[in-house]
Design a protein. Structure first.
Length: 161
């Protein structure tokens, strides 16, 4: 469940594909096109959503149906609450979008100004941390997504079987 600081909530039906003590990875496949900051995500794009209990951000790794990375998107957010059947987090408004071969782009930075002081300060620190380790963060997410995909493909029944 995604929350906003004002309390509004949005739910997305996702599949848990990986879980550790530090967080969870959920999978959501778009059933219709979606626009994000000028990027069109077509129906069939897979979202591997990474949530951590100790990090002030989460990461969406968007893959085209054939496995090509479309983008990496970071929500500056409160640490996730991960339970057996749900994940809950609060979106703090500012985001970072990274397209393959391009530097990361900060989106909605003005949303920081509407946050209460303690959240605004924490969100700014988180944004600096994400930007400061962008290449490592993207590489880590890419590698983990590939491992998860390999495991999911092993579980898929063989054609005709």
């Amino acid at each position: 469940m995604k929350r906003r600081p004002g309390g509004a909530a949005v739910r997305f039906p996702c599949r848990l594909v990986d879980r550790t003590r530090s967080g969870a990875v959920l999978l959501y496949v778009l059933d219709q096109p979606w626009q994000v900051a000028g990027v069109t995500l077509r129906a069939g794009v897979a979202t591997f959503a990474y949530y951590w209990v100790g990090r002030w951000y989460n990461v969406y790794h968007w893959l085209a149906p054939r496995g090509r990375t479309v983008a990496v998107y970071v929500n500056v957010a409160t640490p996730a609450r991960v339970r057996r059947t749900w994940v809950e987090w609060t979106d703090l408004g500012v985001d970072v979008l990274g397209l393959p071969g391009s530097p990361p782009r900060v989106l909605d930075a003005e949303d920081l100004e509407g946050l209460p002081d303690p959240l605004r300060d924490r969100a700014r620190r988180s944004l600096r941390q994400v930007l400061g380790r962008w290449p490592q963060l993207v590489d880590s997410v890419e590698r983990r997504t590939r491992r998860i995909l390999a495991r999911l493909n092993e579980l898929r029944p063989a054609p005709g079987g």
